[in-house]
Ligand binder design. Sequence first.
Ligand SMILES: C[S@@+](CC[C@H](N)C(=O)[O-])C[C@H]1O[C@@H](n2cnc3c(N)ncnc32)[C@H](O)[C@@H]1O
Length: 224
Amino acid sequence: MDPAHPLLRSYGRIKSRAIKPRQAALMDTLLPRIALDPAAGPVDPRALKPDASEAWLEIGFGGGEHMAAQAARRPDVLVMGAEPFLNGAASALRHLDEAKVDNVRLFVGDARDLVQAMPEASLDRIFILFPDPWPKARHHKRRLVQADTAAMLASRLKPGGRLRFATDWADYADWALERLSRVLSWTAERADDWRVPPQDHITTRYEQKRLGDCAPVFLDFVKA
Ligand SMILES: C[S@@+](CC[C@H](N)C(=O)[O-])C[C@H]1O[C@@H](n2cnc3c(N)ncnc32)[C@H](O)[C@@H]1O
């Protein structure tokens, strides 16, 4: 990221309704145990969980359902999530608590700050699922996927590492494909590869809302 250009907000509200008491309690008890703090220095996944078989990052995990379910499926993996929306982080804590997983670390903030604090070639997977579409042309610069963020994400993937981008906005699918293909290889070979949810996909809350203008599109990339 170019430090001369401060980050534009790529997200909407960071708080909406009041956080429920049980979730507020988890913010006090569970969050401090699993929180990541990129402002304090480098965040190296290998140091966080040296016995982890892989390190995954979910950007904008929303309510955390996908992140918690993936972590429960793969207890051998270190799953990190970044989300600035406080109600989302609070909801995610409840899902993590209920799933009784101990392989998740959270950053309540802008994922770009977390990624920047990570060493190059340190991630096996990145998920960007149904990110804010910013459909108006004058807001496109707020989209999370930009040429510089794509390059930064690609640099943090290990060779052979994978990135999944999903959206139900046709224009954002084209936009992301163009930018991510410049730095990663798109794995699709036939239309069903982007039209059919991948086998390991877990339906997200936003995906269910069907707020976009097309059926969900799944773009899987790999780093050469
Ligand atoms: C439309 S929601 C989708 C949430 C979830 N992935 C799902 O599919 O249910 C997009 C989320 O991305 C988050 N977000 C936007 N910009 C972000 C950033 N720079 N870093 C981390 N999260 C971000 C927003 O706060 C919001 O919760």
